[in-house]
Design a protein around this ligand. Structure first.
Ligand code: NOJ
Length: 539
């Protein structure tokens, strides 16, 4: 049996701004989360990853931090945080903080100092380049549009920012920066934090002069230092967000020797439905055989040598049931299929708030979106002559606000999220899709997730079984086994809305126990109904 607690665990991601408001200001907060701990316990979550709650001007919804050691008043205060850690702890739930270490807010005191003069002690905390106004040092672009360089006339210098202009990149070459970060992490560890999610960690070792923004040569040295000085002093889970990760680098990040992190979020599967060479907004259909190939390659590459994170959703991604499932007539079946498909794999599964309810994407007017990325995209693409309807289609399909609409708790006012006016509109389907309805229906998506979480704790094959893809050429079915000694977990999923034959090899004509299904009845052995997924135990 795997010794690390997070190998049996399931982590639930909370986007605090949209989870539960407790004071009627329309913004979710820490007391709101505390009030929902029973719900999360009932689901079976072992840990809650909170998107950033530290002080922030909210240019990028908290991923622009102005004080790493205080809570933004909109979410509460440090006492609320202590209370959350304590009350969650009593329920056996750990709290995972989001560490944004690649950049700060431009309103962070370090940056305010850094901007004062070239010889200010904080100047070298950031990445600067001498230059002249209007001639950017190079062609690097920021993720949220525009150049990655911003001119500061008083200094005659540009600063580097990979995200918005209000998110200046920290200079990790500077040992003082790394030390400050370590001290801050140790401070949070003292508070009893159960782990950390490290925002765009592969970007920290940048070298903009050589056009390197991710996976720089010193990256693993820096992560090892960080881990040695902080994480290794506790029994933590650590997960790094790394868009550049591939199976080879993941073996470094998540090596069981524990020198770096527990695991990384990699995005190879997430990037499949975009045009080759384009951006995420350049939509393309999902190449299903590729999805099977990619997920299987990760399962195989990391077996015994690393550890996977398993996810379909997060606060930056559209809702999976709308993206690759069917959020109309087969919403429930397809949401369950995605759950079964993912939770049978090796790794630590992440559930993003509302995923357990089958929450869906939204189609709002542009004025109703809040995300800086969406708003910048809309402006840039419409100015560049794209058709408005095409831009909106990209936003409906991939926009981050799809994931950020308020959690749907009940059919009351604003879905039970707030007594006030929510900071972003509630998805109008809340009258039908909400937690109260899910809890009252023992066939709901919620209870399937609950069961999958339980199963992971009951059978070692979930954490330790060896993966094998079945029917690799099948155009509709994703099927695989996990094997641990004499125990075999068999997962078969119909990824589409047509009924299909299930041509399983003869060896599976044996006695099998049905552990989970996306339907309420057993169905026929040799056929899968639309989005039918079954998980069996053999032996
Ligand atoms: C990744 C985060 O998940 C995203 O929400 C944020 O905008 C960027 N990093 C910048 O911090």
């Amino acid at each position: 049996m795997n010794s690390k607690w997070w190998k049996q665990a399931v982590i639930y991601q909370i986007y605090p701004k949209s989870f539960q408001d407790s004071n009627g200001d329309g913004i979710g907060d820490l007391q709101g989360i505390i009030s929902r701990l029973d719900y999360l316990k009932k689901l079976g979550a072992d840990a809650l990853w909170l998107s950033p709650v530290c002080c922030s001007p909210q240019d990028d919804n908290g991923y622009d931090i102005s004080d790493y050691q205080d809570i933004d008043p909109m979410f509460g205060n440090l006492e609320d945080m202590d209370e959350l850690i304590e009350k969650a702890g009593k329920q056996g739930i750990r709290i995972i903080m989001d560490l944004v270490l690649n950049h700060t807010s431009d309103e962070h005191p370090w940056f305010k100092e850094a901007k004062k003069s070239k010889d200010n002690p904080y100047h070298d905390y950031y990445v600067w380049k001498d230059g002249v106004a209007g001639v950017v040092p190079n062609g690097l672009r920021a993720c949220f549009g525009g150049p990655a360089w911003e001119w500061v006339p008083e200094l005659g210098q540009y600063y580097f920012h990979q995200f918005s202009v209000k998110q200046p990149d920290l200079n990790w070459e500077n040992p003082k920066v790394r030390r400050e970060i370590q001290d801050m992490i140790l401070w949070w560890m003292e508070k009893g934090i159960g782990g950390f999610r490290l925002d765009v960690i592969d970007c920290v070792a940048k070298d903009p002069d050589r056009l390197i923004t991710a996976d720089g040569p010193k990256l693993h040295t820096y992560i090892q230092e960080l881990s040695r000085e902080t994480f290794q002093k506790g029994d933590l889970v650590t997960v790094g967000e790394a868009w550049s990760a591939n199976p080879e680098s993941a073996l470094l990040y998540s090596n069981p020797d524990g020198r770096e992190l527990s695991m990384v979020f990699q995005f190879e599967h997430i990037c499949l439905d975009q045009k080759k060479g384009g951006e995420k907004w350049d939509l393309a259909p999902l190449p299903f055989p590729e999805l099977k190939r990619v997920l299987s390659a990760w399962q195989e590459a990391l077996f015994c040598k690393g550890w996977n994170s398993l996810f379909w959703n997060n606060h930056d991604l559209p809702r999976i049931v709308s993206r690759w499932g069917n959020d109309k007539e087969y919403r429930v079946e397809s949401a369950k299929m995605f759950a079964i498909l993912l939770h049978g794999m090796q790794g630590t599964p992440y559930i993003y708030q509302g995923e357990e309810l089958g929450m869906t994407n939204v189609r709002y007017h542009i004025e109703d979106y809040r995300d800086i990325e969406i708003l910048n995209l809309y402006r840039e693409r419409t100015e560049a002559g794209y058709k408005k309807s095409d831009v909106m289609e990209s936003i409906y399909t991939k926009g981050r606000d799809n994931a950020r609409t308020p959690m749907q708790w009940n059919q009351g006012k604003e879905a039970g999220f707030t007594e006030g006016t929510p900071w972003i509109k509630v998805n109008p389907n809340y009258t039908k899709i909400n937690a109260e309805a899910a809890l009252a229906d023992d066939t709901s998506i919620f209870y399937l997730y609950q069961k999958l979480i339980e199963l992971r704790k009951t059978y070692d094959v979930f954490a330790d079984g060896k993966y094998r893809l079945l029917l690799p050429e099948d155009p509709d079915i994703f099927a695989y086994t996990r094997t641990l000694e004499k125990t075999v977990l068999l997962v078969v999923c119909n990824f589409y809305s047509n009924k299909v034959l299930l041509p399983l090899p003869k060896e599976f004509d044996c006695e099998k126990k049905l552990l989970a299904s996306s339907y309420t009845d057993e169905g026929l052995p040799n056929e899968l109904r639309p989005y039918e997924a079954r998980m069996y135990l053999i032996g």
